[in-house]
Structure formats: C-alpha cells, structure tokens
Design a protein around this ligand. Structure first.
Ligand code: COA
Length: 428
C-alpha cells in the first residue's frame, strides 16, 4: 500500500557536498555573533553539515570567540586593565567593599549608604544553613576536597529553597543573596568539622569578610586581616566570560535553576587551569621551602621537564594581570607587617625566573595563595575563597543571561568516521 510504504532514505551525504550558508561572510573576520549565528543554523533545515573548509569558526578552547554581550566586566589584555561596570579594579579595590561590588555588579550602580545598609542587612539575615545541609557537611568525609564539598552543598541548598524553581527576577535575586550569604558558612563549617571542631554560627553583624574569618577561626579578625581579605574578594568578584562564568551561563541558558548553575560553576572553577591554580602555587612554595631549593633553579628545572608553572599565563592578558599587581603589593605589606618575608621572596624570585625564561606574566592566582596562607587559611581552602567571591559575578551573569535569554548551543566540527555499517555482533 502506497500510504504504508516508507520512502527510501537518501544516501548518506558525501563530506563537503551539502549546502552550507556562507557564515564566514556574515561574521567577517571577527567571531562576534557566534552564539546567534550558530543557533540560527541549528534551526535551519538546509544546513546539515559543516565541512572542514566551510566551518566558520574552529577556535580551540573558544579562544577569541565573542559568545555573548555583557555589561558586567571587561578585560583589556594589552593594557592589563579590568573594569567592573565601568569602574577600574584599582579604584574599586581602594575604595569599595565586597558588598558594594556585589551590588554594583547586580544593579549596575554603586549603592547609596541606605541601599548598602539594607542590602548588607538582608545578606546577614540569610547566613544560616538549613539543618539538612549542615548534616550533609557533618557527614562529608574529612578528606574530601573543600571544592567538592562546596559544589555538593550548593546543589543541596537548592533542595531546601522553596523558590528554587521560581525563575522570576525578584526570586532569582533572593536566591542569589541566599547563595552569596550561605557559601561562606558552608566553607567555614566544613573546615571546622573536618578538624573535629563545632561549626561557629554566623554573626548577625559585620561584613562578609569579617563574618567569614570569624566563623573559620572562632574569633573576630583584626581590622587589617579583614581589610586584606575584603580586597581579595573585590578582586576576584568578576572577570569577563571566564570558564566558570561561561559554565554558569550555559546552564542558566537552558532555563535550569540558579543552584544548578552555581554548583556547575564551582565544578568548573575547581580545575587547576582555572581557580584551582592558587592551591597549586602554594603547594609549589611549600615544596621549595621543604626542599630548601633555590626558587629560580626550581622553576627552571620544572620548565625543562615540560611542566607548567601554576599562577602564570592567561588566555586574555598579554601583560601582567592588574589584580596580580595589587595582590603582589598587598603581599609585600602583609609580609613586612608580619616580619616574615620568606614567601614574598620566593614569589619574587619565581616571578623573575619566569619573566627571564618565558616572558609569561603572573596571574591573580600567583599571589592570592600566599596571602591566604599568611591569613592562616589551609591551602585546600584557597579555591573555595575564589568561589565565595566569584559568586558575585556568577549570580550577576545569570541575572543578565535571563534578562535576554537565548539557549547557548554551539556546534562541534565532526571529524570522526563516516559511512560505517553495523555488522552482526558475532562477526565483529
Ligand atoms: N607555565 C609554563 N608555560 C606556560 C604556562 C605556564 N603557566 N602557561 C602557558 N604556557 C605556555 C604553554 O606551554 C604554551 O606553550 P607552547 O605554545 O610552546 O606549547 C603557550 O604558553 C600557550 O599556552 P596555552 O595553554 O595554549 O594557553 P591558554 O590560553 O590555553 O592557557 C592558561 C591559559 C591559564 C590555562 C595557561 O596559561 C596555564 O595553564 N596557566 C597555569 C594555570 C593557571 O595559573 N591558571 C589560572 C588562570 S587565572
């Protein structure tokens, strides 16, 4: 019967034989409109194949690709400039607190005194963890990586937030506040629990930096330590479309929820090529110290072995990361005040050796680790501090993504085999 007859399938296409829209001409030489163009293509029946020759973009690691528009932060890799919402990072580090920066990233303007007071009061009111999440931390193996614990606990928070699945902006802002307020409590509570101590309940006063150091150490921090820590939080709050921020936006673009997006971002930040580098830098400094090695010789040897030196290099900066320059000066001051110059001297020697051997400049992770170490933090907590701060950026990026959402869905250039047929299992 004609109606039941199935039309024969067309033969599989020969590579390179199908019509491909001339995307390269639409894109020019830049990679802008990447997302829009490729998702346009995915909706277009006539485009079923990208060929080796016609593929518009094949940027390994998406280098140089402009995937979306954002008005949150911008990096000028040639001049070593970083701005948040138009303000230079140096200006913000000198004159704004972390809470002001969270507000700035989210709302586009620095808060007035009364706006800041209301915002910080609200953040303070959200610091406590739901009981089951605290139980989860109690039950986590003591030797778990704190980033694994943080990733899991953020995900768990979503199960106890009645608004988790409500995607309206006001609810998303409230969730962002909760996540921002609760991440410090998670990190501090787990660190104490794994040391056999009771978690310290959060304060109902003080800045996020003050409260975090208090919950970690069980005593109120000195003003200088709080200030140093607060500047570190300001410096790490946002950084363009870095890997973890992109991860959060990809997850957000599916209209998944904020907890999923932030736990995904924590997972991306954990890697040593991203936020995990600060812990590795400290490991290297401790190794040098333990061996009594000459830092410059140590670096030369590692390079000769083909190793990367953590805390150096960056996808966007061709010069020194401005955050690294601020942290380097802070580290020198901290070392002078503490009367302990060893770590500063090691980092200075490594910096000089890397400059001479490779010309590759340090990034933010090179100096942050030794600052946290001097503030008494365990090295495996360093990346969680980065996450604590970057949550300001992740949540602001999610709100920006959802204000004009489009699914982020690029394509891969297929380079695998073709035209294979399935042989019966016993004949393979
Ligand atoms: N130590 C030694 N060599 C390095 C290096 C480092 N830290 N970073 C980059 N290079 C070298 C690479 O070996 C490569 O050399 P080659 O071309 O001879 O192979 C070249 O510089 C380019 O590196 P590539 O990995 O292509 O650059 P990228 O843009 O993909 O990588 C990073 C950027 C950050 C992943 C990279 O610089 C790195 O691995 N740094 C160490 C980890 C780190 O500090 N991460 C925190 C980033 S804020």
């Amino acid at each position: 019967m004609a109606s039941a007859a199935r039309r024969p399938l067309p033969p599989p296409p020969r590579p390179g034989s199908l019509p491909v829209r001339p995307l390269t001409s639409r894109l020019g030489t830049s990679h802008s409109l990447f997302t829009q163009t490729l998702t346009d293509m995915a909706d277009d029946d006539t485009v079923t194949e990208l060929t080796q020759e016609d593929a518009p973009i094949k940027a390994r690691g998406l280098e140089g690709v402009i995937a979306l528009e954002s008005s949150l932060s911008s990096i000028d890799g040639d001049t070593g400039t970083l701005i948040y919402r138009g303000y230079d990072i140096r200006d913000l580090a000198a004159h704004a607190t972390y809470e002001e920066v969270i507000y700035l990233l989210r709302h586009g303007a620095l808060p007035t005194r009364s706006e800041l007071d209301a915002f910080t009061a609200h953040l303070r009111s959200e610091r406590s963890l739901p009981g089951p999440v605290l139980d989860l931390l109690r039950n986590a193996p003591d030797d778990s990586h704190p980033m694994a614990v943080l990733r899991t606990a953020v995900s768990a928070l979503g199960m106890y937030d009645e608004e988790a699945e409500v995607l309206e902006r006001a609810a998303n802002c409230r969730k962002a506040d909760r996540i921002l307020a609760q991440i410090p409590t998670i990190i501090a509570a787990f660190d104490r629990l794994r040391k056999g101590r009771d978690p310290v309940p959060p304060l109902d006063h003080g800045s996020m930096a003050h409260n975090f150091l208090y919950m970690l150490n069980g005593e109120e921090p000195h003003a200088a330590a709080e200030k140093t820590f607060d500047v570190c939080l300001v410096l790490h709050a946002d950084h363009g479309l870095n890997a973890s921020t992109f991860t959060s936006r990809v997850i957000g673009s599916t209209l998944s929820d904020m907890y999923s997006a932030i736990s995904g971002a924590v997972g991306a930040l954990k890697g040593p090529l991203h936020g995990g580098a600060n812990q590795e830098v400290m490991r290297m400094l401790l190794d040098i110290d333990e061996q009594g090695a000459d830092p410059a010789a140590y670096v030369r040897e590692r390079l000769a072995d083909g190793d990367r030196i953590m805390g150096f290099g960056h996808r966007v900066y061709n010069t020194m990361d401005p955050r690294a320059a601020i942290l380097r000066d802070m580290m020198r001051e901290l070392s002078e005040e503490a009367g302990e110059m060893k770590w500063y001297e090691y980092t200075a020697a490594i910096h000089d050796a890397m400059e001479a051997e490779t010309g590759i400049a340090p990034n933010v992770d090179f100096f942050s680790g030794s600052i946290y170490y001097q503030l008494g933090l365990a090295p495996d907590l360093f990346t969680t501090i980065f996450a604590l701060s970057r949550t300001a950026g992740w949540t602001a990026h999610l709100l920006e993504q959802w204000s004009d959402n489009r699914l982020i869905r690029p394509r891969a250039q297929y380079v695998g085999a073709r035209n294979r047929t399935v042989s019966p299992i016993d004949e393979r």
